[in-house]
Design a protein around this ligand. Structure first.
Ligand code: ADP
Ligand code: 5GP
Length: 207
């Protein structure tokens, strides 16, 4: 089958800020390989410890708007008052190399990616058991001001309305259990029937 595998695949994660997407991905990376994490571009200020080119590409509003005009983004959105976007070029390259391309993007980005790349995309919505626990995690993470946290909590209430549009839903209560679930989904996303070229499969199968 491998020679008929014509393209890479996308694993798209969304969920309220602070639900544990980055923590889960760290666990997943210990187990899976041949993946490419899509580093987004943002106009948000870097948090302490965040590095340009590792966590995000941190740019100015002018630079971001120039990239929009140039058509450089697969998708982009304004989230919590800042721009965030996924650059097209590195994604195309990783897909060409048959990698599992991992996105951590919001529900607006999800809608854009699904419209353009549904066949190769598997989507997962992740959240905490309760909104109270989300608040606890945002305060415990201690990376954002009270005002920023309140905005994120308020946006989370709108984001959760999207859960039934996703393929999978993970409640990140126990990190170990949730990361095992995410590993299973990552593996399944690579054997989705719609990734394959039906005509090629049948031609070879009939040989
Ligand atoms: P996100 O990437 O979704 O914004 P993070 O991975 O930064 O979220 O996690 C937010 C905070 O919650 C961090 O302090 C992290 O250590 C903590 N956290 C993540 N998963 C769990 C979990 N299952 N139980 C308790 N705390 C968690
Ligand atoms: P944070 O500021 O906590 O890193 O991210 C805030 C939100 O922006 C999260 O919901 C995250 O998934 C989303 N996000 C990060 N990168 C992108 C992106 O490239 N596009 C879109 N649409 N959302 C993004």
């Amino acid at each position: 089958m491998n020679n008929l595998y014509t393209k890479g695949a996308i694993l798209l994660l969304s969920g309220p800020s602070g639900c544990g997407k980055s923590s889960l991905l760290k666990e997943v990376y210990k187990i899976i390989n041949n993946y490419h994490f899509s580093i987004s571009t943002t106009t948000r200020e870097p948090r302490i410890g965040e590095k340009h080119g590792v966590d995000y590409y941190f740019v100015t509003k002018d630079e971001f708007e120039k990239d929009i005009k140039n058509g450089d983004f697969l998708e982009w959105a304004e989230v919590h008052g800042n721009y965030y976007g996924t650059s097209l070029k590195p994604i195309n390259q990783a897909l060409k190399e048959s990698k599992l391309v991992i996105f951590d993007i919001d529900v607006q980005g999800f809608e854009q990616v699904i419209t353009k790349l549904r066949d190769i995309t598997t989507t997962v919505f992740i959240t905490t058991p309760t909104i109270k626990e989300l608040e606890n995690r945002l305060y415990t993470r201690n990376t954002d001001s009270k005002e920023v946290i309140e905005k994120r909590i308020s946006n989370a209430k709108a984001e959760i309305e999207y859960i039934d549009q996703y393929d999978y839903f993970i409640v990140n209560d126990d990190l170990k259990i949730a990361s095992e679930q995410l590993v299973s989904i990552a593996r399944s996303s690579l054997v989705k029937a719609s990734l394959y070229n039906k005509e090629e499969i049948i031609k070879n199968w009939n040989k």
